[in-house]
Design a protein around this ligand. Structure first.
Ligand code: SF4
Length: 765
């Protein structure tokens, strides 16, 4: 079966330039880049006044990633990074998309633009409707929009024929009302972007430690002896994390980074807040870099465990923390026996590393007590992703390096409130206790059948089992795998609805009818009947804090996420026990309901007004593992990758550029990797290129192979890069069309965007 995509942007190259890969990250170049985006999008004066409020205790939360802000003092001038500035520049852009724009440009015409070009069109100012068979969106009133949604939902044979997706920017208050509406409507079809990113982390951590979240705080980085960063590129995706790693180093800590790519952000850091250092050689971050092959993580971690065991056996008590193991854990015998079933000779080739390199890592692990392990998509988007994360937990448990200062787990979340949304109940597999609490508080019968996650939702729409798609933020078609398949699924729907701030491809790959419901941005003021409102979010470390807009909305026709959800709910639900209008009038009332139904939010309205917010309970942080099935922290048995490649096959991982945040493309440069002004590239190892008879910047088609299926994306440029043999990398969303919908992680069902088997063929000129 051969699948040629058509949902992708036209195959036009934008004029690539290859530049030197910089020796250091951040520094004055980051400031220059941030300010140029601000200048272009918002204007300098307006932009600077905005930036002064971002991530400040009385300001608004950066709509970028979920890296925490310091509990104590915030940087006066800049408590944000280059990519945070880009994120807010995009949101506060002066470019506006009015009804006139939509009456001028047809969906088909707009579909020919790239994701970058679409995003640069600006903020959508009015609710827009695309009638069946039409090519032009037209302006509509909010009431008419809510009625169209209500009529379509109420015409379904079952509530399970509707999909309610959430992207991680949605605030706690909006997310709580959204799940409440969806459950009163009668379904648990609440897929979210977590399904595609840290779902594997949630599964592994809940099983081993009793909580699906990380255990460390930001302050722990100041007390760590060793930080391991695996499958994560903080320099681009969580840039302020570099400041935390810089503090770890200054306090004598060591850093191991494990990644197929030698990312500049983990190599050297120039602190933008210290001008005197700008022209020095910067601060080296990584002490030991292990350039592991794609999906070689379990094999590497298992070799580390085997060598730790070997040293422990030679000198009992020198490696393992027996007190912690005896008191707090379960299952060590099975782990140690399982380690003996593998030989290093079998595991080592999967890593692409020399044993001597790995032994250096074991030295650092053995000789240090307080160890933090950080990770991101490089571990979570593989078939054995859950194994990856459980295996690193095994290392921490053997060392007793969790539940104490300077030690623990640190899955770094992508979206600013993705963790908060899950805490609010945005999950297709809700816990019974939570549904019981909702029923008690709101006097209704909650659906108990688990709903669709992202992959299952796409399959349900493709098979016409689901007929309505409602997206709370995000850019579903560009964020999801198997672009052609997902496009067909969305086009099968009777109605697709997107609550958005800016134009994106999901507005153009639509159902028979489509709606765009433009909402306020995080930086915009939100007035309701009782006055100005603030919302709240939860960062990667489980800190819940307020976020209050600062700017006058770019259009008076915008509504807040909370108001939109309440409007749809009130119009759709004939017999709801909820006073939606009252809850919208004052968000304190929503927080009262959250306090009444979700543990850890006692005195919510009081504590969220404390400067910096409050920490949610975290049993692993408190060295208490009783919530697990055994009442203890669980060692686990994990499987290395079983992928075997033909000689002409490569493993492909999709990655972001430095000018991108998820599917939002700020610019066309990836300056930390020396690729400028082009996104249709494939990074290849020089020896592999020679084997394929490929030269630098040769034009190729890329084919992915999954069972008997072949998918193709055409017109990519080959970029020689320092990447292990038989490993390649491309950018998403351009390469998402190669990720098969049925290629998923075991247990978590996360698409395997980091392990796609591909072949590459030169395009004959
Ligand atoms: S590190 Fe993340 S949250 Fe912080 S400013 Fe940068 S993008 Fe925003």
């Amino acid at each position: 079966m051969f699948k040629k995509t058509d949902a992708q942007p036209p195959e036009k190259l934008t004029g690539i330039e290859l530049s030197e890969i910089p020796e250091t990250s951040v520094g004055p170049k980051a400031i220059k880049s941030a300010l140029s985006h601000i200048q272009k999008e918002t204007g300098m004066a307006r932009g600077i006044s905005l930036l002064k409020k971002m991530n400040q205790k009385d300001g608004f939360d950066c709509p970028g990633c979920a890296w925490p802000d310091p509990d104590e003092k915030r940087a006066f001038l800049a408590e944000y990074c280059e990519n945070g500035a880009k994120a807010i520049a995009e949101e506060a852009t002066k470019n506006l998309i009015t009804p006139l724009f939509f009456s001028t440009y047809s969906v088909e015409k707009l579909g020919k633009l790239s994701d970058y070009e679409l995003g640069k069109k600006g903020r959508i100012t009015n609710p827009m409707y695309l009638p069946e068979g039409s090519q032009y969106y037209k302006e509509i009133t909010w009431q008419e929009a809510f009625k169209i949604v209500a009529d379509e939902l109420n015409s379904l044979n079952s509530p399970d024929e509707a999909i309610f997706y959430t992207s991680g920017r949605t605030s706690n208050e909006a997310a709580f009302l959204y799940q409440l509406f969806v459950r009163q409507f009668g379904t648990n079809n609440l897929p979210d972007c977590s399904n595609m990113c840290h779902e594997s982390s949630g599964v592994a951590l809940t099983e081993t430690l009793g909580i699906g979240k990380g255990s460390v705080t930001l302050d722990d980085f100041n007390h760590a002896d060793l930080v391991m960063v695996i499958g994560q590129n903080p320099g681009t995706n969580h840039p302020r994390m570099l400041s935390a790693l810089s503090e770890t180093k200054k306090n004598g800590g060591k850093i191991i980074s494990i990644n197929p790519l030698p990312e500049v952000g983990l190599k050297n850091f120039t602190d933008p807040q210290k001008p005197l250092q700008w022209f020095g050689k910067g601060q080296d971050i990584t002490d030991l870099f292990l350039q592991v092959k794609i999906n070689g993580d379990v094999a590497l971690l298992k070799i580390i465990l085997k060598l730790m065991k070997e040293r422990e056996e030679k000198n009992p008590g020198s490696v393992f923390n027996h007190q912690f193991i005896n008191e707090k854990t379960n299952g060590i015998e099975k782990l140690l026996d399982d380690l003996d079933t593998y030989t290093i000779a079998y595991l080592l080739p999967q890593t692409g590393l020399k044993l001597s390199e790995i032994e250096k890592a074991v030295d650092l692990i053995v000789n240090n007590k307080n160890i933090i392990i950080c990770w991101a998509m490089g571990l979570t988007q593989h078939k054995n992703a859950v194994d990856n994360i459980r295996e690193l937990v095994n290392i921490l448990l053997l060392k007793g390096s969790i539940g104490k200062k300077g030690a623990g787990t640190c899955p770094v979340r992508g979206h600013s409130n993705v963790q908060g949304d899950r805490t609010m109940g945005i999950w297709e597999k809700p816990k019974h206790e939570f549904l019981d609490a909702l029923e008690n508080e709101f006097n209704f019968k909650a659906p108990r059948k688990h709903g669709y996650d992202v992959v299952n939702a796409i399959e349900a729409m493709y098979d016409k089992k689901a007929k309505v798609f409602f997206g709370m933020g995000g850019n579903f078609i560009s964020a999801t795998p198997d672009t052609e398949y997902t496009a067909k699924a969305l086009r099968n729907c009777n109605l697709t609805v997107h609550v958005s701030t800016k134009l994106n491809r999901s507005h153009l790959v639509h159902g028979k009818k489509a709606l765009i419901l433009p909402c306020l941005g995080r930086s915009e003021q939100d007035f309701q009947v009782s006055g100005e409102q603030f919302v709240s979010v939860e960062n990667s470390m489980g800190v819940v804090h307020s976020s209050k807009g600062h700017l006058k909305p770019c259009s008076e026709k915008l509504l807040s996420e909370v108001t939109i959800v309440a409007g749809v709910a009130k119009t759709t639900l004939k017999h709801s026990s909820v006073n939606w209008v009252e809850l919208v009038s004052n968000y304190d009332l929503i927080r009262d309901k959250i306090e009444a139904t979700i543990p850890g939010f006692e005195n919510y309205n009081e504590r969220v007004r404390q400067k910096g917010g409050f920490y949610l309970p975290n049993n692993a942080r408190d060295n208490n593992f009783t919530p697990t099935t055994t009442g203890k922290a669980n060692f686990s048995i994990n499987k290395p990758s079983e992928i075997e490649l033909e000689d002409n096959q490569y493993l492909m991982m999709t990655i972001r550029t430095h000018d991108q945040y998820n599917t939002t493309i700020y610019g066309l440069n990836d300056r930390y990797r020396g690729v400028l002004n082009e996104r249709r590239v494939i990074f290849m190892n020089k020896e592999d290129m020679a084997k394929e008879g490929l030269e630098k910047l040769d034009l190729v088609n890329i084919y992915s192979h999954f069972k008997d299926e072949v998918r193709i994306v055409s017109g990519f440029l080959v970029v020689p890069y320092d990447i292990p043999k038989q490993c390649t990398a491309t950018y998403f969303p351009e390469a998402n069309a190669l990720v098969p919908i049925k290629s998923k992680a075991d247990i978590s069902n996360t698409p395997t965007s980091k392990t796609v088997i591909v072949t590459v063929k030169k395009v004959k000129k």
